[in-house]
Design a protein around this ligand. Sequence first.
Ligand code: HEM
Length: 411
Amino acid sequence: MNAVLSRPPAAERPLVDAAFLADPYPAYRALREAGPIHWSEEFFGGAWLLTRHADVEGVLRDARFSAQRTGGWVNQAAAERGELAGFQQLFARALLFLDAPDHGRLRALLQPAFRPEALARLKPEIARIADELIDGLDDADEFDFIAQVARPLPVRVISTILGISGADRAEVMAWSDDLAAFIGAPEPTHEQARRAQASLLAMTRYFQAQISAKREAPDDSLLSSLLQARERGEIQGEAELLAQCAMLLFAGHETTRNLLGNGLFALLSHPDQWALLQQDSSLVPGAVRELLRYDSPVQYTGRRVTTDLMLHGQRLRRGDLVLALIGAANRDPARHERPEELDITRADPGALSFGSGVHVCLGAALTRLEAEVVFGRLLARWPHLQLASTEPRWCANPAYRGLAALPLRHA
Ligand code: HEM
């Protein structure tokens, strides 16, 4: 009760509406200018919103803010007690939602597959996949970049890393979409939670079959190495193993797609920036970093407060949820000069798109590599690439910002 009394009144207008989904940046700016911290009842029954770069980074690097936050989230969406227990059991075990020491133990097991040497070995395969997808579009007058390239490429890449087959089937992609709809909903409905549970369980059955195949024929894939870790007792139980597999597949599906889509849309909407890349392809890696800042595929993440504390004059209570608005932090004028401008030549965009601290994105270098390969190929193959529609259709997901379709012409 005290916690409620200590909170400022909830915002009068909802933050997330159709205009926000199309372009969240004016709302972030208004929020940031109104003050550093806000209480909103719109997210998960109530959460603190942080908009400044320094605060978002600070919370993500501070152990008083725990990554363990799925319990309330899942249970709130359940119609009856225990209905979503299967979901919660798996969901809560994913690296993303763990604190020390479990977090460090599991991260160390996953990390080798994402190290620079491993990525250097993978690069020719990423280029091969990109070429195959792009070659198939040579004769098309108009095509949807999301459906034809941005969606299939990341799933093929993560399948190669994990050493799994069939993850690019429509059914498997739909499981990921159901999880993204649940994770990205400010207030998940009962139906969204039930679908997410069914899809997560289907995904684990799919992985159980892949695991059986790997037991028969071990190889040098990440899944084989995780299986060996399970046999050595470094992964505790099958549920812990399955949770990491599902998380990696989900991350592989959802986020890179949106970097490719949002990034290409931003470049083609700023022809001067596209022209700069054409003149000098060595600008591509810097451009990818700036595109991540300019329109981040992950717009926010959450933490639970583990101890009562004061922040910007507000009393935060143990158990409160804090949302770190990455999308807002990336446009904070206190950190970024001309934050609303896309400038691919920025010396150091310094964005928080991959988070910060111990949970900083494990796939950051991988996803940047994928984007560098794809944008590099597009520039070389189709210098006259253009938007076929100037009216983008954004997905209704405030956390995972991405385009539902991106129609293009290359003639
Ligand atoms: C544009 C693409 C991507 C973006 C913007 C992104 C963003 C993020 C962010 C913001 C976090 C931290 C979340 C938090 O602290 O609560 C994170 C964590 C993570 N990401 Fe990514 N991600 C991307 C791609 C990928 C890919 C391709 C993979 C793997 C295949 C991946 C795997 C992970 C994992 C495993 C974590 C959890 C790390 C931990 O908890 O230690 N991500 N990502």
